[in-house]
Design a protein around this ligand. Sequence first.
Ligand SMILES: [Zn+2]
Length: 391
Amino acid sequence: MSSAPTAGTRPDEVRRHNRAALLRRLHVDGPSTRAELATELGLNRSTIKALVDELTALGLVTEQVPTHRQGAGRPSLLVLPQARAVPVLAVDVGVEQVTVAAVGIGGTVLGGRHWAQARGGADPETVLAKVATACRELATELGRPPVRIGVSVPGVVRRADGLVHEAPNLHWTGVPFGRMLSTELRLPVQVGNDADLGGLAEHIRGAARDAADIVFLSAEVGVGGGVIVGGAPLRGTGGYVGELGHMVVNPQGRSCYCGCRGCWETEIGEDALCRALNLTGGAARAEIVAELASLALRPEDARHRLEGFAGWLALGLTNVVNVVAPELVVLGGLLAVLPPVVVTEVAETVSRRSLVGRAAGRLRMVTSTLGADAALVGAAELAFEQVFANG
Ligand SMILES: [Zn+2]
């Protein structure tokens, strides 16, 4: 989130600020007329014209007469972002799969690569080499290299330089992945936590577009979250956020790899879901999803089988909701494919039990609309944040 320029700011800084605001607006909301841009950005028409002319000359936007005229008089020209002008590279290093996509302004996917890897078999140098190859191939296809790279990793990441402190499910500890990739490809690289980026993605392009205070909770092998407060992502010291899964909810519970006992992850992560579904631990994701889809058709059975799981989900969310007071909770990862009857019951329980829920009325809880793409989309948005911030 950028702030408005203050009095005394130099004219070229004001122009840069306005140009970034206009591009961000087109990126998030798509083609807009000059009149809409003037109203939404609080700028006069001549300023908008000058900015659009500048961006047109740079090849970042084009203009056309809108097909649907509104009202009498000369129609306001429609400004369209040019997706291929400043592509970024988004990388999602998952536990079982790595996905790389070239993404243009407006969120258009211009091309991509993905490959499977064995759980725990993601050696950093191998991942780096494959990502670098994919980046070069995509640059050739696009006819230009990406301007920045955003990377999602399922672990604790230092935002400033992309050092991956711990990514237990990748078996990475102290891997300077951001610096390695930046050195290899000679491009600026930002690295973020997968659940944190999932929350950013849902806020900009998914289920939480119209909400300003959001909790995104995602369960895969690990459990993490992203929190948006007043429209801006919660950053935390060093950017270390998203470890909702290590909130201790059951001190008599199972040991967690982090050294604690009874972390929320041990009760609502993939292993816990497998136990509830009577699947062997480490079952393929497709098998878990199929079982949940089958249960969704039998609501009574779903309620019964997932009663304990849903209880832990509601308990942890009650704590989170009392602290953050979100207007919307978005469930991602495997939680996004829970049977609807279970999601409804959890929302009702949290609304009833939390002081915030009781004060604010019924808690809104929805499932992710981006699904398995959330972290990748978030990685692209992480890169675009820097594109707009740096002009
Ligand atoms: Zn833990």
